[in-house]
Design a protein around this ligand. Sequence first.
Ligand SMILES: O=C1O[C@H](COP(=O)(O)O)[C@@H](O)[C@H](O)[C@H]1O
Length: 228
Amino acid sequence: MATNHLIERHVFNDLPSLSEALAESVAVTLRNAITQHGQASLVVPGGRTPTVYLPRLAQINLPWQHVFVTLSDERWVEPTSEQSNERLVREHFLQHMQQQPHFISLKTKHAHPDEAIADLDMRLAGLPLPFSLIILGLGADGHIASLFPGMTLDMNSANLCQAATPPAAPSPRISLSLQALINSSRIILVITGKEKRQLVDQLIASPDPAIPFVQLMQSRPVELFETD
Ligand SMILES: O=C1O[C@H](COP(=O)(O)O)[C@@H](O)[C@H](O)[C@H]1O
């Protein structure tokens, strides 16, 4: 049975036009948040797709010193590792900016992300909350941030973070919790490639509650920026 999802789908011809529209839209949200609250928070995903649009977002003309940037999730590796989402943000976003935002890492010295939750929650509590804007990617299996299909997502927990063991990846991860995602002021999912777009069509037509993307879209409005 189809869900009562509140999804707005914006389809683009190619990645450059998606990146351009995304940058314009992100700029409006962050500017409004700065005007209203004096500061703004932006969450960006890891993975491969952001390498395409983050350099364009880095060109947005904003008082970035009033913006706090963090990640939707992190692999439990050193920030110098090629697997690190922090490394990706530094290389494809922060290094391209004239004026630096405040970057909040999701990596700590703890041996396992489970042990880091209290510290990370404190770190994130220093950001403007709810997050002004969360940009998410979508994994081919329907995961968002590092919330994987079949994981138990505690909707009653006040924690901003949750540890995760990905089904097919070498290191454990830390993720923003589903509740932290749901509570944010605006959510954009960037979907690239025919396969992922077909997955979205399929999950909208027959939503499987074990898939975190489905739980998100059933809980609050989500905007999709899509291209083949
Ligand atoms: O592992 C991850 O994967 C998803 C999707 O990434 P992509 O490589 O398919 O673009 C990403 O959203 C998440 O932040 C990342 O850690």
